[in-house]
Design a protein around this ligand. Structure first.
Ligand SMILES: Cc1cc2nc3c(=O)[nH]c(=O)nc-3n(C[C@H](O)[C@H](O)[C@H](O)COP(=O)(O)OP(=O)(O)OC[C@H]3O[C@@H](n4cnc5c(N)ncnc54)[C@H](O)[C@@H]3O)c2cc1C
Length: 365
């Protein structure tokens, strides 16, 4: 993993100062994407041939998300949603869509959101697709056209100021689900009020409802959701692992700053977790760099499970190290990290889902 510092000092200070508010209220929600964009974070790992792309490896983008997560998981999860949408466009065969929207995504003018939990669960045979596409007559352009309908209960980075959301739609006619980029201002597209979350409240997380909204093939990210998702899954999951890396690092850093007596008592546990973190980080980077997770995702699933468990242990150690102080409101970073850590196992693919997949895989081997 790169040792470069991707988060400039002014952004780090802003994130640390506002981490509590970003978690507990939507007050500063509108500032997250513009601030991350101004720091050039969305262009990391994006080829320099695109305006706003900064080049670098895919693991640099993971590291950048980890660095933001060590300050605020709300901001890091917004970063993940936005950057994952960018990743979809980079992998899409639809060059027109990419060329039209990439510059505005990299500059933070429009938000990218990924509503693909439902599709991921569908592909793992966990639930039916909740969105449908019905063919309609082409307009003057001659492009194939569909009426889209359905709803998705959870999507982050649905900025009221403007978003594009990736969602998968079932095609009754072809039987092959596809993925569209749905723009916020399309007639028939509606966003709920922010969900009443216990944490990450500045993440612009809401439900999406689509009723008869019409799009043509120029908005299609991929016409075969299954093959596309298999290809982008390592990016999706790898970037998501950045959330765990950052959170675990920050919790362990906080243990290292505890009172000497606590530090000494917990030193062996802290060292073991730090070693485990270093080992998992190396494994993640090597797998992403060698692209081994495209063909066989099971090791990446195991890594995500191990990282979620590591985050829980690291945050638990931070709770022990801070003692009664951590139970005081003014020491709320400890309590915030406990809430942030509870999000790690439930975001798709959830730990339950991954364990289920690995068990199925083991049975078919
Ligand atoms: C703050 C927040 C932000 C989110 N942002 C997004 C977003 O941007 N985009 C997005 O697409 N989603 C998002 N989600 C949704 C998230 O990724 C998960 O899909 C959701 O939290 C899973 O919860 P659930 O209630 O759907 O789980 P349930 O479907 O109730 O399942 C409970 C658990 O069991 C597992 N499970 C379900 N069925 C089975 C089965 N048959 N066999 C084995 N295991 C099973 C599930 O994976 C889950 O772990 C967000 C959620 C939260 C809380």
């Amino acid at each position: 993993m790169s040792t470069a510092s991707f988060v400039p000092a002014d952004l780090a200070v802003w994130l640390d100062t506002h981490a509590e508010l970003l978690d507990s209220s939507a007050g500063h929600a509108r500032e997250i994407v513009p601030r991350l964009a101004a720091a050039g974070l969305f262009g990391i790992g994006v080829p320099v041939t695109y305006a706003g792309g900064r080049g670098g490896a895919a693991t640099d983008a993971v590291e950048a998300i980890a660095q933001v997560a060590s300050h605020s998981l709300s901001a890091a999860f917004v970063f993940w949603g936005h950057r994952t949408f960018i990743e979809y466009l980079l992998h899409s065969p639809n060059a027109g869509l990419r060329e039209t929207w990439l510059p505005q995504l990299l500059s933070g003018e429009i938000a990218g959101a990924t509503g693909l939990s439902n599709a991921m669960k569908y592909l793992s045979a966990l639930e039916p697709l909740q969105m449908k596409a019905e063919p309609v007559a082409a307009d003057g352009s001659g492009a194939r056209r569909w009426a889209l309908s359905g709803s998705l209960p959870w999507i982050t980075n649905l900025r009221p100021e403007g978003f594009l959301v990736a969602a998968a739609f079932d095609h009754a006619d072809s039987g092959k689900p596809s993925i569209f980029a749905v723009p916020h201002d399309l007639p028939g597209v509606g966003r709920s009020a922010d969900l009443d979350l216990i944490a990450l409240r500045a993440s612009n997380t809401a439900a999406l409802k689509i009723e008869g909204a019409q799009l043509d093939e120029r908005w299609m990210i991929a016409d075969n959701a299954s093959t596309f998702l298999t290809r982008v899954r390592p990016g999706f999951l790898g970037l998501q692992c950045g959330l765990s890396l950052g959170l675990a690092r920050r919790a362990l850093a906080s243990v290292a700053l505890a009172r000497p007596a606590s530090r000494l008592a917990l030193a062996a546990d802290a060292e073991q977790l730090a070693d485990e973190l270093a080992r998992l980080t190396d494994q993640l980077c090597m797998g992403i760099a060698a692209q081994t997770y495209v063909e066989d995702a099971s090791n990446l699933f195991r890594l995500r499970i191990a990282l979620a468990s590591l985050v829980a242990s690291a945050v638990n150690l931070e709770v022990q190290a801070s003692g009664g102080q951590g139970y005081l409101r003014e020491q709320s970073a400890v309590a915030r990290r406990v809430r942030e850590a509870s999000f790690v196992p439930i975001v798709t693919p959830s730990i339950v889902q991954l364990k289920h997949q690995l068990a199925l895989h083991a049975r078919t081997e």
